[in-house]
Each structure stands twice: as structure tokens, then as C-alpha cells.
Design a protein around this ligand. Structure first.
Ligand code: XMP
Length: 510
């Protein structure tokens, strides 16, 4: 890939944000751990060093070999990166008298520099560091200061090397994006040509070359990622893409039929497989959340295998893997620290299938997937869908699962979600759904005592599902929804609204 930027990750919480900002400038970039620098660098037109929780003064500090990069490629070092360059090249780094976090303003900006073109004294920058650069490295020339941090930005003369102590990637650095733009388009002279249309054209060409006349199998879920992956592959190989859409009986109300029709309308070669009974049968009596996930995952693989085996000569399995999944598995710290929930219900296919994997979205962030989908004309409603877990309502019915419980929850969920859409609230919410609690409570309806189920409604805002907060839905809306649920769904006499954030709660109840 031409016009590619290499971001070396030293474990900063902001590394992904650097990539986001670069992509927003329509420039492609990849994150690689500092200890796994790609062996061939020809495709990279510039390199950015991220921040890090480490200190250059510690023995375990990340110390990459930059000999093939420094002086050869335009280099931008951020925070730890800036300290790293200073510390190992004749400068001095020491603990700050006070830890420097948050807002600061530039008090000095060197004149006539391309790097800081358009940035002026007073510009707000965001600091997050506990060491500070006391003296610049050999060849260093000061470019900017704040009141507390003298060496806030510098360049190394004779190289295209720039360093900044603050974080240009966070929104609170008001000119951060301008600085990245100056570095990438003016100093590294990269053409910002990485647009959704460009991505579609190059990916379709790559898929055609890679797959040729061979057949590909893809599992559709009704979600954004698998749908966009399917449309890309369909553009590349047409009818050789065989999609399988499995109804596990735990989808939203009427979802299977509606979505299947939509897929057919998009011209996809798709087979709908209603395996509801098989899933419900296998789940009988299981009430442990992880147990249910395992059963749903296993049955899915069995059903998928049966179907895929009917497609003679399939050579490839396509997956809707996106970039955050990829980064997570190669990150400096080796991904998530502990398994809270085993989210990946499709944990790989049995060996005998021996299919090669193709993942056309593995370089994209979620919103980029949506932009790519939009540029290919996918239905905005499909693209704007809330995330929905693979095990579906199976992890929203607390305890064991029966057909009757699924029916109740589908009705409740449909009233809630349709209500959000009608009230114009759906797009303001990241994810919403209802949970069927294993609790019966006493109620009274028309002079009769009832002893029925309780449901909890949950609506959260989030950007990636890692952290989330409950949404302050209007009381009027909650009142209307609760009335509609209790009046229309037989078996429910109580509705509660979940006001827990993640952490300490999680989004799903199981
Ligand atoms: P939690 O409940 O961990 O959920 O806060 C975070 C996001 O992940 C989804 N989720 C799942 N997705 N299989 C999936 O495909 C699962 O087993 C699973 N569990 C949770 C959840 O809906 C939310 O978007």
C-alpha cells in the first residue's frame, strides 16, 4: 500500500487515536508494536512514535532500534517518543517537579517553521507526562514551549525529525490535527488520497487478484461488519461469494426474515438457515452464561459447517474482522488482561474445513466500515444499527432459555427499539436492548393479582463498548414504553431501567 504511515506503539492509551487522526486526514496508517518493526519499510512514507506509560529512565523502558528510520524517513515523536529521542541522543530527561497532565497553552512558537505552520502562541495543547525534557538532543532546535514545559516541541536539524511533548492526537490539543497535517502532507509530502471510494477500488482489485475464480464462504450476522465485508466481496467475485445467514432463534423479533430479504435485495448469493429449534434444543436446561455462550458457539459451527460443506470446492472463509480486533491481538501488552466474557462466539472453524481466511475490513475502524458501506450504497438503516451480541437474546434471558421466554423478550425488545426510533432517540444511543430477569413479582391488573416476569431496559452511550454510560432517556419516553410493554406483552408486569455504568457493570447482564 502506497502512502502508508507507520505508527510505532509504545503502549500509550492514545495510540489508536493517533491512527484515527491520521485516517481522518485521508492518509492510511498502520500501528505496529515498537518491538516488532516491519522488516521492509519501503511502503512507509513517514513514521510516528507514540507515547508510553514507561519512563526512559527505567530499565524496562521500550528501546527500539531506529537506525533504519531516523534520518531516512520523516519521523514524528510524540511524548515518550520525544523523550526517547532526547534521552538517547545527547539530551537530558528528568522527572518533572510536578506531574503534568491536562491543559496547557503554548507560550512560544518558533517562526517560519513548516511543522508548526498555522499554530500560534496561546494555542491549547494537552499534556500527559511525568518526565520532562531538560535539554535537547544533539542537533535539537527548539520549536515551542509552554509556561511549565520549555522543550514542548523541537526538531533535529539535518534530519526530518520532529518531536512534541504534548499529544496532537487528542481533541483537546486544538491545533493537533493541523500539526499532524503539516508533518504528513508538507514535510513527508504524502498525498491524502485514502478515501472510502479509494479503499473500495483498491480492496476490490486486491480481492480479485487474491481469490481469482475460487469460492468464498461467509457467515452473515445482520450486523454492519459482515454486511459490508459481503458487499465488498460481492463486488470483487460476484456469485462465487456464498453467504450463510443462520437463525439461531435468538435474534430480534422478525429479524431473520427482514434481514434475509434485505440481503437478497442487495443481490447477494445468500442462504438463510433456520436452525432455531436446534439451538433451543441444545440450550435446554443450561443457565450458566459462559455455558450458554459455548453451546451457541458450538451449534453455530456445526450448522455453519453443514452448510459450508454443501458448497463444493470452497477455498476461502471470509470474516468481518475489523482493525481494533487486530490491534488488540498484537498490542504491546498482548491484548486484554483477563477474560471477562468470551465475546468471540465463533472461535474458529474445525480443522478439516481447511479454508484460507480472507478479512477485507481488517484495516478499518468501525466508523470507517460505515463510511465504506455508505460509499457502496448500503442502506443507512443497516449501517446505523446498534451492535448486537452473537449469542443474541440468549445472554439477555437470565438463566435458562425457553421458547416462551424468547417470545416475551422479542416482544419487549421490539416495543423498546421501535419506540426509540419513533422518538428520534435511536441514533443518539450506542446500544439498547431489554433483559428478561429470572424474577417474578406481584402485580395487580384489573383487580386480579398477577405474579409475572420483570424486564430491565438498558440503553448506553459508548464509543467502543469498552466503557459505557447509561443514557438519560426522557421520563416521558420511559413512561410510555413501560406502559406499552406491560399492556401488550403477556407475562410481564414490571419494567425497570438500568442506570449502571461500565465499569463496574457490563453492557449485557450476562
Ligand atoms: P459487555 O457486556 O462486555 O459488552 O459490556 C460489550 C459489547 O460486546 C457485546 N457482547 C458480545 N458480543 N458475543 C458477541 O459477539 C458475546 O458473547 C458478547 N457479549 C457481549 C455487547 O453486546 C456489547 O456491544
Amino acid at each position: 500500500m502506497q502512502n502508508n504511515v507507520l505508527i510505532l506503539d509504545f503502549g500509550s492509551q492514545y495510540t489508536q487515536l493517533i491512527a484515527r487522526r491520521v485516517r481522518e486526514l485521508n492518509i492510511y496508517c498502520e500501528i505496529h508494536p515498537y518491538n516488532k518493526i516491519p522488516t521492509t519499510l519501503v511502503d512507509f512514507k513517514a513514521v510516528i512514535l507514540s507515547g508510553s506509560p514507561s519512563s526512559v529512565r527505567n530499565e524496562e523502558a521500550p528501546i527500539p532500534d531506529l537506525s533504519k528510520i531516523r534520518g531516512h524517513k520523516p519521523l514524528l515523536a510524540v511524548c515518550y517518543g520525544a523523550q526517547y529521542l532526547a534521552h538517547f541522543s545527547g539530551g537530558k530527561v528528568a522527572p518533572s517537579a510536578t506531574r503534568e497532565y491536562g491543559r496547557a497553552n503554548l507560550s512560544y512558537v518558533a517562526e517560519n517553521t513548516t511543522f508548526l505552520e498555522g499554530v500560534s502562541v496561546g494555542s491549547q495543547v494537552w499534556m500527559s507526562h511525568s518526565d520532562t525534557i531538560k535539554s535537547l538532543p544533539t542537533g535539537g532546535k527548539l520549536l515551542a514551549s509552554t509556561n511549565d514545559v520549555e522543550n514542548a516541541a523541537y526538531e533535529i536539524e539535518g534530519e526530518q525529525t520532529y518531536a512534541i511533548q504534548f499529544h496532537p492526537e487528542v481533541y483537546h490539543s486544538t491545533d493537533g490535527k493541523k500539526i499532524l497535517d503539516n508533518f504528513l502532507t508538507k514535510i513527508a509530502e504524502i498525498t491524502p488520497d485514502w478515501t472510502p471510494d479509494h479503499f473500495v477500488d483498491t480492496t476490490v482489485a486486491e480481492l480479485k487478484a487474491k481469490i481469482g475464480e475460487e469460492k468464498v464462504v461467509l457467515g452473515l450476522s445482520g450486523g454492519v461488519d459482515s454486511s459490508v465485508a459481503a458487499v465488498l466481496l460481492h463486488k470483487a467475485i460476484g456469485k462465487n461469494l456464498h453467504c450463510i445467514f443462520v437463525n439461531n432463534g435468538l435474534l430480534r423479533k422478525d429479524e431473520f426474515g427482514k434481514v434475509l430479504k434485505q440481503y437478497e435485495g442487495m443481490g447477494l448469493n445468500v442462504k438463510g438457515v433456520d436452525a432455531s429449534a436446534r439451538f433451543l434444543d441444545a440450550l435446554k436446561g443450561e443457565s450458566d452464561p459462559e455455558g450458554k455462550r459455548k453451546i451457541i458457539g458450538r451449534v453455530f459451527i456445526e450448522v455453519f459447517d453443514d452448510e459450508a460443506n454443501q458448497i463444493t470446492n470452497a477455498k476461502w472463509l471470509a470474516q468481518g474482522t475489523i482493525y481494533p480486533d487486530v490491534i488488540e491481538s498484537v498490542s504491546v501488552n498482548g491484548g486484554p488482561s483477563a477474560t471477562i466474557k468470551s465475546h468471540h462466539n465463533v472461535g474458529g472453524l474445525p480443522d478439516f474445513m481447511k479454508l484460507q481466511i480472507v478479512e477485507p475490513l481488517r484495516s478499518l475502524f468501525k466508523d470507517e466500515v460505515r463510511r465504506v458501506g455508505a460509499s457502496m450504497g448500503l442502506d443507512p438503516e443497516l449501517l446505523g444499527r446498534h451492535p448486537f451480541p452473537g449469542p443474541g437474546l440468549g445472554i439477555r434471558i437470565l438463566g435458562d432459555i425457553t421458547a416462551e421466554k424468547v417470545r416475551i423478550l422479542q416482544e419487549v425488545d421490539a416495543i423498546f427499539i421501535d419506540g426509540l426510533k419513533e422518538a428520534g432517540l435511536y441514533d443518539a444511543v450506542w446500544q439498547a436492548g431489554a433483559m428478561l430477569l429470572p424474577v417474578n413479582s406481584v402485580g395487580v391488573m384489573g383487580d386480579e393479582r398477577t405474579y409475572e416476569k420483570c424486564v430491565a431496559l438498558r440503553a448506553v452511550e459508548s464509543t467502543d463498548g469498552m466503557t459505557a454510560d447509561w443514557v438519560n432517556l426522557p421520563y416521558e419516553f420511559l413512561q410510555k414504553t413501560s406502559n406499552a410493554i406491560i399492556n401488550r406483552v403477556k407475562g410481564v408486569n414490571r419494567v425497570v431501567y438500568d442506570i449502571s455504568s461500565k465499569p463496574p457493570a457490563t453492557i449485557e447482564w450476562e
